[in-house]
Ligand binder design. Sequence first.
Ligand code: C2O
Ligand code: CU
Ligand code: CU
Length: 462
Amino acid sequence: DQSMGGMNQGGMGSMMDHGNVPSLASSEGSNELTIPPLLEKQQGQNYDYEVVAQQGTTEFYKGISTETYGYNGDLLGPTLTIEEGEKVEVKITNDLNEPTTFHWHGLEVAGEIDGGPLDEIQPGESRIITLEADQPAATLWYHPHVHEMTAEQVYRGLSGMLLIDSSDKEELAIPNDYGVNDIPLIFQDRLFSEDKQLNYNQLMDEDGTLGDVSIVNGTINPKLTITKPIMRFRVLNGSNARNYTFSLSNDASFTQIASDGSLLDEPVEIQELTLAASERAEILIDFSKLTAEESLAIINDEGVELLPFDVKLEDATANPTEKWTTEEPFLTPEEKEMPIEKNIELFGMMDMVTINGKKFDADRIDLRQEQGVTEVWEVYNKKDMMGGMIHPFHIHGTQFKVISRDGKEVDPSEQGLKDSVLVNPGEKVKLLVTFPEKGVYVFHCHILEHEDSGMMGQIEIY
Ligand code: C2O
Ligand code: CU
Ligand code: CU
C-alpha cells in the first residue's frame, strides 16, 4: 500500500511508486548556502522590476563550468517581493534562444498575465505586466511554463521566489529579516552527466527527471551559518518530480507556520514535513536549545543531510513567536457539506498520463467556473495495475482549501491556503476552489514531465 495516510506519516521517499528513486548524496557542507538576492526596484523607468530569462554558466563543481539558465543571472533568480495589496509593473524579457513564459505560481492574477503555456515570449521579446498581490502574505514562486518545455527550462535553472509581504507578521513577531533570520530554501535534485553538464535530453525521465545530487538555492554541498536563535525558512520543493520528507537530524520538532498560500490557522509542531513538487511550507527552527557540541542538519527520510547548519549564535535568547489562533473555523459546516461540482481524475504514468482521460489540447476548454463562485472539486488519483503513483495537483489562478482526504479532515499542517496538493494513489481529495479573477487557466500535475506530456487541462473563468 503506497498511501501515506496523512501528511505527517512520511517515510514516503523510499517507497515512492516511481521506479527506482536514486538516493541523494549527503552534503559535505563545504559551501556557504547562496541566498537569492532581493530583486531591486528600478528607478526612473516605466516599470518597477525587471526579470530577464537568460543563459549562463554555474560552477557547481570546482573549476568546471556547467551551462545553466537563470533569471537576471546564471542560475535561479532574485526574490521578488510584493507588499500585500501592492501593484507593481514588471518588465519580463526573454534572452534565451527559445520561447519561454513567465508564470507566477500561486499568485491570483488574471488569466492573460498568468504566463501559462500559451503566453509565449519569443527570444528577444519583452513585455510589461502588472502584478497585484491581492491575497494574504505567502511564499510563492515564479518559473517558466512554456508548452512541452517547462521541465527542461526549470531543470536548467529557471525558478525564483515570489514573496507576498504583509505588515501583520510584524505584529506576530515572525522573523522577517530577509537573508538573516528569514531564508528561502529551494530544494532541487539534479543528475549531472559525466562532464558535469545538465544534459536534459539525455537524462530526462518521463516520470520526472530525478537526480542523485541535492542542491539548495543552487548550491551544491551547502551549509548555512546560523546567527539568530529562531530562524524562519521558506521551503520550496522546486524539483521536477522528487517528493521530500524533511526532518531535523536530532529528531527535534519544529514549527510549521504557513502552507503554500497563507499562514496556517495556527502554528503546528511537527517532526517531519512532506512536500511534493511545487509545494511550499514556512517553518521556524529554534536553535537556542542546542548545546555547543550538538550539530544539526535538515535531513530527508533516508537520513541524508541536505542542509547542515553551522550554529554561531550572537545571542541565544529566543523570543518565541506568539502563537495565534484563528477565530473562525478553517471550514464552516456549510463548506464541508457543499456538493461536488467538478470531478478530476488523474491517471497514468510515463507519457501515458491523462486528466479525465484526456491530454492537454490548447484549443479545448475542459471546465468552466464563474468568477468569485466557490465550488468543490474532487480530485481522484486512479490507480493502475502497477499501483499508480503520487501526482501533485496544481491549479492556476486560485488559492484553495483542502476539505478532506478520503473523507477525513486534513492535518493542521494543511489547514492554510494551498495551490498544489499531493494526491496519493487511490486517494480522493476534496478542494474548495474560488477564482477571484477571470481568464483561461491551466490545472495540471506538477511533475513537470507529466505536465509536458499533457497531464493538464484548461478552465475558463467567466
Ligand atoms: Cu508551478 Cu502550472 O505551475
Ligand atoms: Cu502555477
Ligand atoms: Cu503526475
